[in-house]
Design a binder for this molecule. Structure first.
Ligand code: C2O
Ligand code: CU
Ligand code: CU
Length: 536
């Protein structure tokens, strides 16, 4: 690792307020971050491009157990990815030291990436590269899971456009706990189109991974304390962490930032906003830059989804504070008292108002580049080009016998149904329909849960072309629907109770068996996942 990289990392940690001395949990709210200590300003006035693009990158990635300091008092046992660069630029990997979160890959489109995964966990695991277009045996399907002590070799070319992708475990029925106990990291891709824009870079390009966790009095993570209810609704923690830090702070300069947000939570949905009502400027979604920036009063971000913000603090006075919050919404449930709404399974239900991140504005930073009015070129899919335009491939999301299903099915390791086979090269119209309600006919009104399902398709990026909400669900829907950003490439889309969402997806790169599933990780582990097969 080069010394330049160490500086980057140190600065990054400082920015995160995650230096060793700063993680004390104070009862009265936000923690002062380390920034009061004099810092060497590292202003990058010219665009940062990851150091000499080495054609290939070879990384050893180990998944194992360790302890870290999240709060004062006892350290927290976590699982963590640790990376070391064996070949290629040390700048290709950034570490969030002091955090359970895994490394951040920074790669260029076209690069060949080789990762040697070593499993030092007590359970099987495998890494899935969420959002990447790669061959099936590189994609982390659970059938490739490796035993404790074993290794797996990834070797793929990055063909995705610039964007904020991520990686996490995907072993059969163990994805949710492995992500929960800490295993996840970012995979950030850049390309020439993006580089030409001169977007904020270096210290002005900050990834923010938002998660919720529950801790016991000994600072240990607690998972599924409410048993089956947590599994049916999805796990909801009462502590919000950003990049692994509770009560997260970020010291920023009076300048423009690119904030890359990932909802890395198992099941919590955020309604993100600036606390003072300033609209958010969105420049990218799951699959990279939009054609042009859009603004939203709030952004609805479901598990697995990413959004990138253009955040201009240049007009703010030194010492002032901005807060990223999650606004209240009424939660989900049409059923009885045990639903997923405000009376759900957590002391902090989905829809509870939250503080996400406090940003303290400091001295003047790098010169402000204007927000480009045009960000990228997107090939727009057209519905009349879909091979099945008159006969969309439909996926009914429902709950049966307390298990969430897709077209009445649950996950089977190797099974692909006739209606789950597509042709390589085809553009298809897919629709996810969340209208079955729950538990009707079970004679158990209290189990009548209607829950949102963030649906994710492996191996592709798609375009959302339509949403329809059933009348009786409109009012709850309208509390979140203005926050959807459907303008760009997506790999995960939130399907609300009562909603039908239509997407256009082209299966253009590799044949093979891939997954589609709900990215509520408890739903996924319980079987709300299926294979689909791309045939040529
Ligand atoms: Cu991010 Cu199959 O998942
Ligand atoms: Cu994925
Ligand atoms: Cu779901």
């Amino acid at each position: 690792m080069t010394s330049k990289n160490r500086i980057t990392r140190r600065d990054f940690i400082k920015l995160m307020g995650m230096g060793a001395g700063t993680l004390t949990l104070s009862a009265c709210g936000l923690i002062p971050s380390a920034s009061s200590a004099p810092t060497t300003a590292r202003v990058l006035s010219t665009p940062f491009t990851p150091a000499p693009v080495s054609p290939s990158l070879v990384v050893d990635l180990t998944a194992g157990a360790t302890t870290i300091r999240v709060f004062s008092g006892p350290e927290t046992s976590v699982w963590r990815y640790q990376a070391s660069v064996k070949e290629g630029s040390g700048e290709s990997i950034q570490t969030l030291s002091g955090s359970y979160l895994g490394p951040i890959f920074r790669v260029r489109q076209g690069q060949q990436v080789r990762v040697r995964l070593k499993n030092e966990l007590p359970d099987p695991t495998i890494v899935h590269w969420h959002g990447l277009r790669i061959p099936e045996d590189m994609d982390g399907h659970p059938r490739y899971a490796i035993a404790p002590g074993a290794s797996y070799e990834y070797d793929f070319q990055v063909i995705n456009r610039a964007g904020t992708y991520w990686f996490h475990p995907h072993p059969h029925q163990l994805t949710a706990p492995q992500v929960y106990y800490g295993l996840a990291g970012l995979f950030i891709v850049s390309d020439d189109e993006e580089a030409a824009l001169g977007l904020p870079s270096g210290e002005y390009d900050i990834p923010l991974v938002i998660q919720d966790r529950a801790f016991d009095s000994q600072n240990q993570m607690v998972y599924l304390a409410n048993g089956m209810m947590d599994q049916m609704i999805g796990f909801l923690g009462d502590t919000i962490l950003v990049n692994g830090a509770p009560n997260a702070n970020l010291d920023v300069k009076a300048s423009v930032y690119r904030l890359r947000l990932l909802n890395g939570s198992n099941s919590r949905i955020y309604k993100l906003a600036w606390q003072d009502g300033t609209p958010l400027t969105v420049i990218a979604t799951d699959g990279g830059l939009l054609e042009a920036p859009v603004t939203r009063d709030y952004i609805t971000l479901a598990p697995g989804e990413r959004v990138e913000l253009w955040a201009d603090f240049s007009k703010q006075t030194a010492g002032s504070e901005m807060r990223l919050v999650s606004l209240p919404f009424s939660g989900f449930s049409s059923g009885g008292m045990m639903g997923g709404g405000m009376m759900g399974n957590s002391s902090l239900p989905n829809g509870a108002p939250l503080n996400i991140l406090s940003l303290k504005i400091g001295e003047k930073g790098a010169d402000v580049t204007p927000l480009p009015s045009r960000l990228s070129t997107m090939e727009r899919h057209r519905v009349d080009e879909a091979v099945n335009r008159n006969n969309p491939r439909s996926f009914a999301l429902a709950m049966q016998n307390m298990i969430h299903t897709i077209n009445n099915r649950v996950f089977e390791m190797d099974a692909v149904a006739r209606d789950e086979i597509v042709q390589l090269g085809d553009l298809e119209l897919w629709e996810f329909i969340n209208r079955e309600g729950g538990g009707g006919g079970m004679g158990m009104g209290m189990m009548n849960m209607e829950l949102p399902h963030p649906m994710h398709i492996h191996g592709v990026q798609f375009q959302v072309i339509g949403r329809q909400i059933a009348k009786e669900y409109e009012s709850a829907y309208q509390e979140l629907s203005a926050g959807f950003v459907d303008d760009g490439w997506k790999d995960t889309v939130l399907v609300m109770p009562g909603e039908k969402v239509q997407v256009l997806v082209r299966f253009e790169n590799y044949e093979g068996t891939f997954l589609y599933h709900c990215h509520n990780l408890e739903h996924e582990d319980a079987g709300m996942m299926r294979n689909y097969k791309i045939e040529s």
